[in-house]
Design a protein around this ligand. Structure first.
Ligand code: PBG
Length: 329
């Protein structure tokens, strides 16, 4: 038999044993990189499961404390809170009520865990408005950009005062990060409270189950007038640069798996800390297939999160944070 002119490359040498594969692994997932999203609902007596999101609950003020204590014991270090208020209005004013549902939960969790827990608050008003849009409406039904920013600024200050380490504006209004940064600085939180901006948040059909969990489906129309068009990657990058210029500390790309290209580009272009959100539809999709016996839920979730990391995410938001932390721990 004729030999090739030089020995062929044999990458399989480093794939031979589990130990070699561990040593050769380029990407790892650590519990400190996980952020657990949680829903807390005002006036709820008992926690309620969310039908379209296996393992996810609408929490009471008491049960969210138990959930976070359990998650922390399993190694989860960060949570992001979404609130469902008892009273909704055109502005979403419960979002900045110092006694509002998220502000109360932030204070409780800070009391329970001190600085050992990283507390993030979603800063938007779609769960708080009676029409379900991410800001006050003009007469023609469109969202008033600057009025929305004023709402986010008030909500962010209320969240900062209640103990949030990071506020996470998700409304995709122009100038939203700058408006929030100025308000936080004026309120004395320049050094303590950071901003994780949903800089590239696409107008995605993958948010369906979240809107059941957060009771935030728009009463009419959709969010395409403010969220990014799924066809536009360059525009996502421009949004990321603008948010950095306005003072964002962490950039968030959302959804996760369908937007790995955007995630990669945002990380490469900015060098900022980047988070990726494995959203409700991704969670529902993987679990629905697993329930039919078509996929192994644990394996596909772990693989998806590793893919987000490989593409450039430093942090991942996932409804499976507890399960993943448990298997990593
Ligand atoms: C808006 C917000 C949404 C999600 C997070 N923040 C929903 C939306 O834009 O309709 C979706 C997250 C998910 O689907 O898991 N405040």
């Amino acid at each position: 038999m004729e030999h090739p002119p030089f020995p062929i490359a044999r990458p399989r040498r480093l794939r031979r044993t589990p130990a070699l594969r561990e040593v050769a692994a380029e990407t790892r997932l650590h519990p400190d990189q996980l952020i657990l999203p949680l829903f807390v609902k005002e006036g709820l007596e008992e926690p309620e499961p969310v039908a379209s999101m296996p393992g996810v609950w609408q929490h009471t003020p008491a049960s969210v404390r138990e959930e976070v204590a359990a998650a922390r014991a399993e190694g989860v270090r960060s949570v992001i809170l979404f609130g469902i208020p008892a009273r909704k209005d055109a502005q979403g004013s419960e979002a900045w009520n110092p006694e509002g549902i998220v502000q109360r939960a932030l204070r409780d969790l800070r009391d329970d865990h001190g600085d050992d827990l990283v507390l993030i608050a979603d800063t938007c008003v779609d769960e708080y408005t009676d029409h379900g849009h991410c800001g006050p409406l003009r007469a023609d039904g469109s969202v008033d950009n600057d009025a929305a920013n004023a709402c986010y600024a008030r909500a962010a200050v209320a969240q900062a005062e209640a103990g949030a380490d990071l506020v996470a504006p998700s409304g995709m209004m122009d100038g939203m990060v700058g408006a929030i940064r100025s308000a936080l600085d004026e309120a004395g939180h320049a050094e303590r409270v950071a901003i994780m901006s949903y800089c590239t948040k696409f107008a995605s059909a993958f948010y369906g189950p979240f809107r059941d969990a957060a009771e935030s489906a728009p009463a009419f129309g959709d969010r395409a007038g403010y969220q990014l068009d799924p066809r536009n990657g360059d525009e996502g990058l421009r949004e990321a640069h603008r948010d950095v210029a306005e003072g964002a500390d962490v950039l968030l790309v959302k959804p996760g798996l369908p937007y790995l290209d955007v995630l990669h580009r945002v990380k490469q272009a900015t060098g900022m800390p980047v988070a990726a959100y494995q959203v409700s539809g991704e969670h529902a999709m993987l679990h629905a297939a697993a329930e039919r016996g078509w996929l192994d839920a644990e394996a596909v979730i772990a693989e998806s999160l590793l893919s987000l990391r490989r593409a450039g995410a430093d942090l991942v938001l996932t409804y499976s944070a507890r399960e993943v932390a448990r298997t990593l721990g």
